[in-house]
Structure formats: structure tokens, C-alpha cells
Design a protein around this ligand. Sequence first.
Ligand code: FES
Length: 119
Amino acid sequence: MDLSNTLNLKFFLAIFHEKMYFRYMMDDTPQENEREVCICFHVPLHKLVKFYRLHHPAVPSLFSQCYSAGTGCGWCIPFLQKIYEQLKQGQPATIKMSKEEYLSRRKEYHRQTNYQEKS
Ligand code: FES
């Protein structure tokens, strides 16, 4: 095997490993990965997972550097913290709540905190 083939094989393995790792860190369903965690800034789960993978943030609040996640109404902050812990422990990132319930609870949170959404 010449040097060129060795480099190609290493490159292929690196790409394959990266894709498999990224898949492992995400939930299985594409709908779940596209699901917005931060509704205020439309930040989906897969963007948070990618941010974590690339930047290895030291604390959950650094997710704010990922499209400003968590810097609007604040509803998603506990979920960002949970996702951070899941990823830190090498578990797939997921929200254990239906999308409908998530949105409904967020609306209730806004009502309780008198948060006015900007339109
Ligand atoms: S939903 Fe993330 S800050 Fe409002």
C-alpha cells in the first residue's frame, strides 16, 4: 500500500468516524433532530449537538453562542442544561416531552412570567 492509499484510507476512516459519532449523539428520528429547542431563536437540536461537538463548551450557558440559544424568554434554559449533561455523559441528546407539550408549557411559562413575545 503506497502513501496515497494510506492517506485516503485515514481520511475515509476519519470522515466515517465523525459521521457515526455525530449520529450517535443525536436522537434516531430526523424530526426530533430538526425539532427546535430554543423557540425564540429557532435553534434546532442538531445545531446544539453540532455546536457541542465542535466547541466542547465548558458550561451549558455557552450554548448562547449557538445562534443565541436561551437568550430570549429563558424557557429553554433547563432543557439546554439537560442536553448539555446528556452530551457530556456521552448520551444521545433528546427532549423527553412531545413537541406539543413543550410549546404548550412554554406558552404557560410566558403567561406566568408576563413575557411578551416580540412579533
Ligand atoms: S425558547 Fe429559548 S429563549 Fe425562549
